[in-house]
Design a protein around this ligand. Structure first.
Ligand code: ARG
Length: 464
């Protein structure tokens, strides 16, 4: 494709370090889509004859069919997907194929192809995140009133409901989707027609290609267009944050599934056995979701380092943008699918959760709040009295509700029989009615809000 001024071909090692076809073959569909829009514009502007343009268009359809059916042979000597497609086009339609590359370069071509690919991938991931939210909202609705321990420092802190805990992840995923949508909005400008770096002298119509490919507008600076990989960085950073959320969920599932916690029973479909210890049910999928966040974060870090310090405009370093991004976004997609399956299938042990919710004096704050409300004590004083009562109960290895009224009065004479009304875990969660709190009525309302939103989004996605 560029042999005009070369006497010999590249060294074998040069081929190996230079070629990207081993991974950018994944951009085939986007490459062909972009070329079809480009050649249609070249015909409409009179830069290429109608006849040649239709031959090119038909030839591209044939190449596309060959790639889809697996009949296409990718060649490393042709370096990348762009030259592989164009060279096959030339075999099919002859030298007129060479007119396709008028007013463009591989620099704007790869920028276009990768943008299209990232945009498609964002849409796919968004659908997966919506599905996971939907499964979580269903479970949260079911368990809006079921009590479990809430933790800080992984120490029992205050009782919460299982539904409330699950909705916390729905919120995180909501922000993850917002970040992706934001990245999508900013990436939706079309770089094709920027050519190598400076634009072109041909009378092209960049508005037309932008529109044809579903972009909001063409990019405004040709140098920036071929140098910019922000769209990958932004998507990877949104992906890294989402993978981090999923890794926290993975960790919680790992903990919950231990015999020590025993909060959830994972389905056979998402556990493995041990070859030596017959009793084991290992939560491998949850562990891998926890671990794979490392790859996603690594891809983001890797690309930031590739881009750092690169002069304008295109440099071959930028070819290193693809493998990490392909791997990271595929990994995130797999993690989303795995968590969705695990959550859909797991069975919570509500009795154990409730028993654990009462352990560790988790209603101590409720007692302190009651002392403030019923006896008018300042909170600091109430905190101190409660601490003394917890110590008394702990020394005797009993729950707070097992202390007698006399024992409590010895610490704080004002305490009455009514105190026993706040010492149960169910009463505790019911009382947390502040906006965003864990009260079952709140959790139901939040789950309803999400359900309505998700249904609306699904209907809109379906009608698109
Ligand atoms: N394979 C290249 C890449 O992925 C395409 C652009 C090549 N441009 C160039 N001037 N050699 O970045």
């Amino acid at each position: 494709m560029w042999g005009g001024r070369f006497a010999t071909g590249p060294d074998a090692i040069m081929d190996e370090i230079n070629a990207s076809i081993g991974f950018d073959y994944r951009l085939a569909a986007q490459d062909i889509r972009g070329s079809k829009a480009h050649v249609a514009m070249l015909a409409d502007t009179g830069i290429v004859s109608r006849e040649t343009a239709s031959a090119i268009d038909a030839g591209l359809d044939q190449v596309s069919g060959e790639i889809e059916s697996g009949a296409f042979t990718f060649s490393r000597a042709l370096e990348d997907i762009h030259m592989n497609v164009e060279s096959r086009l030339a075999e099919i339609i002859g030298p007129e194929a060479g007119r396709l590359h008028t007013a463009r370069s591989r620099n704007d071509q790869v920028a276009l192809d990768f943008r299209l690919w990232v945009r498609d991938t964002i849409d796919h991931l968004d659908g997966q995140m919506r599905d996971l939210q939907s499964v979580l909202v269903d479970k949260a609705t079911l368990h809006a009133g079921d009590v479990m321990p809430g933790f800080t420092h992984l120490q029992s802190a205050q009782p919460v409901t299982f539904g409330h805990h699950l909705l916390a992840y729905v919120e995180m995923l909501g922000r993850d989707r917002g970040r992706l949508a934001d990245a999508r909005k900013r990436l939706n400008e079309c770089p094709i027609g920027s050519a190598a770096l400076a634009g072109t002298s041909f009378p092209i119509d960049r508005e037309q290609t932008a529109r044809a490919l579903g972009f909001d507008r063409p990019t405004a600076n040709s140098l920036d267009s071929v140098s910019d990989r922000d769209f990958v960085l932004e998507t990877l950073s949104a992906a890294a944050i989402c993978a981090t959320h999923l890794s926290r969920f993975g960790e919680e599932i790992v903990l919950w599934a231990t015999p020590q916690f025993g909060f959830v029973h994972l389905s056979d479909g998402f556990t493995t056995g041990s070859s030596i210890m017959p009793q084991k049910r290992n939560p491998d999928a949850a562990e891998l979701v926890r671990g794979k966040a490392g790859r996603v974060i690594g891809a983001l870090t890797g690309l930031l380092i590739v881009m750092k310090g690169l002069p304008l405009a295109y440099s071959k370093d930028m070819q290193e943008d693809k493998e990490g991004a392909f791997d990271a976004l595929h990994t995130l997609s797999l993690c989303l699918a795995a968590i969705t399956g695990m959550v859909r299938d797991f069975q919570p042990d509500l009795k154990r959760m409730k028993a654990a919710a009462g352990a560790g004096y988790a209603t101590a704050t409720d007692l302190a709040d009651w002392l403030v409300r019923a006896l008018g004590l300042p909170f600091r004083r109430a905190h101190h009295v409660t601490g003394a009562l917890v110590k008394l109960a702990a020394d005797r290895k009993i729950g707070l509700e097992k202390l007698t009224l006399e024992e409590m009065r010895a610490v704080e004479p004002g305490i009455t029989e009514a105190v026993f009304g706040v010492l149960g875990v169910e009463k505790s969660v019911k009382s947390r009615k502040s906006y965003g709190g864990t009260a079952p009525a709140n959790v139901r309302a939040q789950a309803r809000r999400w359900r309505a939103r998700l249904d609306k989004e699904r209907a809109m996605a379906g009608s698109r």
